[in-house]
Design a protein around this ligand. Sequence first.
Ligand SMILES: O=P(O)(O)OP(=O)(O)OP(=O)(O)OC[C@H]1O[C@@H](n2cnc3c(O)ncnc32)[C@H](O)[C@@H]1O
Ligand SMILES: [Mg+2]
Length: 198
Amino acid sequence: MKEIMIATKNKGKAKEFKAFFSKYGIEAKSLLDLDEPIDDIEETGSTFEENAAIKAEEISNLLNIPVLSDDSGLEIDFLEGRPGIFSARYAGEPKDDRKNYEKVLEELKDVPDHERTARFVCVLAIATPGEKTVFRKGYCEGKIGLEPRGENGFGYDPIFIPKGYEKTMAQLSPDEKSKISHRSNAIVQLEDWLKGLQ
Ligand SMILES: O=P(O)(O)OP(=O)(O)OP(=O)(O)OC[C@H]1O[C@@H](n2cnc3c(O)ncnc32)[C@H](O)[C@@H]1O
Ligand SMILES: [Mg+2]
C-alpha cells in the first residue's frame, strides 16, 4: 500500500486524513504513529502558509521523505479574523479544545446571529526533498452558534455551524463533515499529486 506521512500530532486531524486517503488506497501515517517521538515543532510563522511550510519541511528534512502538513484554524469576522493562526492555543497553554471554544463564546456573548459569521481555513503544504514546497488551501464558511452542541470531530466543531446547516460540525457524522470541510476542500485539490505518489 502507498503511504504518506502527515506532519501532525493532532488526533482529530490524523483520523480525518486516514479516512480520506484510504479512499485513494493510501495509508496516511502521522507523527503519532512513529516509534521514536518527535519534539513539538514551533509554529513561528505569521500565516497559515508559513506554519504549514515549517511543519512539512522540518519533518521532510528529518525523515528524508515527502511530507504533508496541515495548518488550519477558525477565522471569526466579528473578532477581525481571530483566533486564526492562534486557534490551537487561543485560551493559552496547554492547548485545550473546550477552553478555546468557551473563550470564543464568551467573546461573542450578546453578538447577534448575523454578525457571527466565520470560516474554517486549511492550508496543506507538501515538502519533498530537493523540491519546492507546494500549497493547497480550502475553506468552509459558516457561523458561530450560541452554545456547544455535538460530540464528533474536534477543536471548534461543537460551536461551528456550516452554511446551509442547522447542526454544528460536531453533530455531523465524520462522513458528512468530510464532504464539506475546509480540510477536504484542500485535499481534493491534491488529486494530481496523489496520482504521482509512489
Ligand atoms: O500542528 P498540528 O500538530 O497539526 O496540530 P494542531 O492542533 O496544533 O493544529 P494547528 O496548529 O493547525 O491548529 C489548528 C487548530 O484549529 C482548529 N481546527 C482546525 N481544523 C479544525 C476542524 O476540522 N474542526 C475544528 N477545529 C479545527 C483546532 O483548534 C486546531 O487545534
Ligand atoms: Mg499546531
